[in-house]
Design a protein around this ligand. Sequence first.
Ligand SMILES: Nc1ncnc2c1ncn2[C@@H]1O[C@H](COP(=O)(O)OP(=O)(O)O)[C@@H](O)[C@H]1O
Ligand SMILES: [Mg+2]
Length: 264
Amino acid sequence: MGAENTMPVTSGAAEEIRVESLLKIFDARHVLDELCFSVAAGESLVVVGASGEGKTVLLKHLIGLMSPDAGRVLIQGIDLKTASPSESIEIRKKCGMSFQEGALFDSMTVFENIAFPIRRHTRRKTREIAERVSQCLSLVRLEGIEDRRPAELSGGMRRRVGFARAIALEPEILFFDEPTTGLDPVNTAAIGRVIDHLRRELGVTVITITHDMMLAFRIADRIAMLRQGKFLIDTDPENFRRSDLPWVRAFLEGKLPEGEEDAL
Ligand SMILES: Nc1ncnc2c1ncn2[C@@H]1O[C@H](COP(=O)(O)OP(=O)(O)O)[C@@H](O)[C@H]1O
Ligand SMILES: [Mg+2]
């Protein structure tokens, strides 16, 4: 691996995630095209990009649900591909994730949904589980809704219950895929506040995938745009806002670059 693939870490904090020349090809298309970046401990990276650019594919590589055709992902220095089974389990416990769709079990109460990973991965007693579920709900600002069912909740509340479940095992890294898609502006703002709050209270590293620029500016230390398998830009929110790149302007202003009207 050449030195040109070594990306700088943006702060002095320890490196939490490192992505080296990640390549993923579907049907001859380079969805991830030797993508390189790293994320420091405690940092909040937001990855934006048009639909179908490979944002979810990237996230799946970061949590080990997909394996690359070439390149590698290191979490806290451990290569997901060559990790031993016990290392893999440890890494999985350190990562909490909240997916775009179908995050909750509809047949279970909110309590059972959040208790599920705790029961699965720990030997905590019933009372300790109840305490942890209550703490997690409080962290997402939804106290006392343990007995409700997902169908009785608004879209925004369901997302936050998904967050509560994602933090149940006290992860060090949180991944969010499109956390505000389909939500109104009020609920979108509430999700932004909850992510900020989780960062402050838990000191976690956060990677969020979204095309919601309002959310991105609210929660990001860094914003990267995925385009044709690479980061077209990877910078702090102020620089992102000032960028002259046509695709960045398109995202900020809600219109396609000149001559690219057929691109999506
Ligand atoms: N399991 C898969 N098999 C084949 N193609 C896939 C698979 N998963 C994703 N893709 C393709 O990869 C591209 C990126 O998808 P995705 O990461 O879901 O985009 P988005 O940026 O909207 O999240 C799409 O063209 C999609 O069809
Ligand atoms: Mg997606």
